[in-house]
Design a protein around this ligand. Structure first.
Ligand code: GCV
Length: 668
């Protein structure tokens, strides 16, 4: 037995399409046969079709459409190049693109169609053309070189062990898995670059990194590294990392020349600076733009890009201080320099202004910045959303984020429009997810968390897909094609984010979580701490006043969003405690008081989680035992967690407010 699951590339035997004539001859048109991506595509098609349908197709490669003069450094061209079309013509199936990557995506489209048992004839009788929605579709690993993973819930790293880089069959299968859902970029080390990882840009690791880069390149995936901003000090022997210091600039110039020579496939760097103890330009009285631009100017001649994170805030706050608002920090630190960031810099912005809570408003930088390349950062590692123990299918949340209207321009003003480059005609843009993988047999701890890895890629590639379509594909390809099984798992996945929200933090307040580990309830865990994460509950009410009477955060949005959030009357219920401090007796749009909402949602959340667990139990004997047992065991833990959350939150607010549940349910 292999020591890892094949997930959605299992290619098990299928009944449909066995007689399909057009699958006997497949023409790949638009790239050279000698291209490694094309070679990998041919292998994938042959082995996939053989395993699923019992015959090996004849594959003809024709380089006809190749656009040799294409400028791949421009985002728009990348999209054009990665577009593919699939069509039945005469007696064969034609997969066409202007690039080898596009052909690979087209092939995976065909393999997905077969794996989901959809008719090939119907799917491609007229031409199907798909253009990726985002230029960069990236995974960020928070893997450390000792093999641990920051916020990892699926075992150890499959990239590193004891400060060495691992390259084996799994590396290649990982590249296949993520390429198959459209990922085209990967950052392989933690943004907190420490210890051995600081030496990734030295001779110690060049050879292995070059090999790794080749493997990824063979599947159209660009290799990126997280960079230690203070490398000049930590490995360079200088006493400064001041971005305007000539010695610092000279050191980086020499270093980058070496790095890009030794790792030819390298595409660029991700940088976390001035954040949570990491060094950065602020230390030297410089701006974030000074730091990012210095590096960007140097890597430009190698076609490199610098992705600079906006997660910069004061993590040494005094809980007594009601003026400093962590939610404002990203905006206050980055907006003033809009237009100053050079054209190969991308600002990477977390979806919310805090940190991946189950419910947050959209970061006001998205829709605020107008002259800067931007990338959205989401987290499929379920740090605050159940740690791959609790089921939490995040695609519905990502759909909400992408669909949010920022009012930053008259048309094309959603987050999806901004990050795909449309709104501001950006050169580089896209979407990144902090990934949820590790060396567990099933890659993601809980098999159902695989839906977030699969789904993130599918959604990043095609933001028009619905959460339902993505979930269905995932289930059919990974678990079972049986309609009844598909229905049961859809019923578990689709409401799971709402369920998790119901039994955890109410009305957008967030942070009632166990400090440091971030799993389990601790209502006051972060209340008297330094992280800027408060609920401000007393005997009369709770919530943070971020209106113009409070920290003014609500006004950072464009109108009409600013006015909408600024007043509790127009603020949506699900975010009302993020923006306002309200009495427990305040009546929400739902007609319930705040306190009754807290009780009802927590009782409902637990009951619904219990119902999901029972639905899962009904699958015993109908699906693979290994999958069944894995998820069953997680559900047991989820119910313990959900019960604690329900009872601790309800009890806490009952004791604070003294207001009983109007339905008289048990509160402790
Ligand atoms: C990689 C949160 C997490 C940290 C993480 C940080 C970040 O604070 O808890 O583990 O560090 O976000 O996004 O940089």
């Amino acid at each position: 037995m292999e020591n890892y699951a094949k997930l959605w590339l299992g290619y098990t035997e299928k009944k449909n399409n066995r007689e399909s004539k057009c699958l006997k001859k497949i023409v790949l048109s638009g790239a050279a046969e000698s291209d490694t991506i094309v070679k990998n595509t041919v292998l994938e098609l042959k082995s996939g079709i053989k395993a699923m349908l019992g015959f090996e197709p004849e594959i003809i490669v024709s380089a006809d459409n190749i656009l040799s003069s294409m400028d791949l450094s421009s985002g728009k061209y990348i999209l054009d190049a990665e577009e593919y079309s699939v069509q039945i013509e005469d007696d064969g199936l034609f997969i066409e693109s202007k690039s080898a990557s596009g052909i690979l995506y087209g092939a995976f489209d065909v393999l997905r169609t077969i794996a989901c048992e959809k008719s090939i004839e119907k799917s491609y009788s007229s031409v199907k053309t798909v253009r990726p929605s985002n230029p960069l579709r990236m995974l960020n690993h928070w893997d450390n070189m000792d093999g641990s993973i920051e916020r990892g819930y699926s075992g150890r790293s499959f990239f590193y062990k004891n400060d060495e880089i691992i390259i084996d069959e799994r590396t290649k299968d990982y590249a296949r898995l993520i390429a198959s859902v459209g990922i085209n970029a990967v950052v392989i080390n933690n943004v907190n670059v420490k210890s051995a990882a600081s030496y990734m840009i030295t001779d110690r690791y060049f050879e292995k990194l070059a090999q790794l880069g080749e493997i990824f390149a063979g599947y159209g995936i660009g290799l990126y590294l997280s960079l230690n901003y203070a490398s000049t000090i930590e490995i360079g022997g200088l006493d400064s990392a001041d971005p305007l210091d000539e010695r610092v600039i000279a050191w980086w110039k020499e270093k980058m020349a070496e790095v890009f020579k030794k790792i030819p496939t390298l595409k660029g760097f991700l940088v976390k600076a001035d954040s949570e103890g990491r060094p950065g330009p602020f230390t030297y009285g410089r701006t974030q733009a000074d730091g990012a631009n210095m590096l960007a100017d140097i890597v430009k001649e190698y076609g490199g890009i610098i992705i600079w994170r906006c997660f910069v805030y004061n993590c040494r706050q005094d809980w007594r201080d009601r003026k400093t608002d962590r939610a404002r920090a990203g905006y206050d630190n980055f907006m003033p320099m809009d237009g100053d960031y050079h054209d190969n810099v991308i600002l990477q912005i977390k979806n919310g202004p805090m940190d991946f809570q189950i419910r947050e408003p959209i970061s006001p930088l998205l829709g605020g910045l107008k002259k800067t390349n931007q990338m959205l950062e989401v987290q499929i590692a379920q740090e605050y959303t159940g740690q791959q123990i609790d089921v939490c299918y995040l695609i519905p949340e990502f759909k909400e984020i992408l669909g949010f209207k920022t009012y930053c321009s008259e048309t094309d003003d959603t987050v999806a429009d901004i990050i795909n480059g449309k709104t501001f005609n950006s050169r580089f843009s896209g979407i990144a997810a902090v990934t949820n993988t590790g060396n567990d047999f099933n890659w993601t701890g809980n098999y159902l968390a695989g839906a977030n890895l699969f789904g993130f890629g599918r959604l990043a590639f095609d933001t028009s897909l619905t959460s339902e379509e993505i979930a269905e594909e995932f289930i059919r390809m990974t678990v079972s094609g049986d309609d009844n099984v598909v229905d049961v798992i859809m019923n578990i996945l689709l409401p799971s984010r709402d369920i998790y929200e119901k039994y955890t933090c109410p009305l957008g307040i967030g942070w009632m979580v166990t400090p440091a580990t971030h799993y389990g309830c601790s209502v006051d865990g972060y209340e008297y701490d330094r992280w800027g994460t408060y609920h401000r509950a007393d005997h009369l009410g709770l919530g943070v006043d971020r209106s113009d009477n409070g920290t003014g955060y609500a006004l950072l949005y464009n109108e009409p969003n600013a006015s909408m959030y600024n007043s509790p009357e127009s603020c949506p219920d699900d975010l009302v405690l993020f923006f306002h401090h309200l009495p427990y007796t305040y009546v929400l749009h739902s007609g319930k008081t705040v306190i009754q909402h807290i009780y009802d949602s927590h009782f409902e959340g637990y009951d619904e989680a219990e119902r999901s667990a029972k639905e899962w139990d009904s699958l015993k004997g109908k699906i693979d035992d290994e999958i069944f047992e894995n998820v069953s065991e997680r559900f047991k833990r989820q119910l313990i967690n959900a019960r604690e959350w329900r009872d601790q939150v309800n009890t806490y607010f009952y004791r604070k407010s003294g207001i009983p549940d109007e339905k008289g349910r048990q509160i402790w």
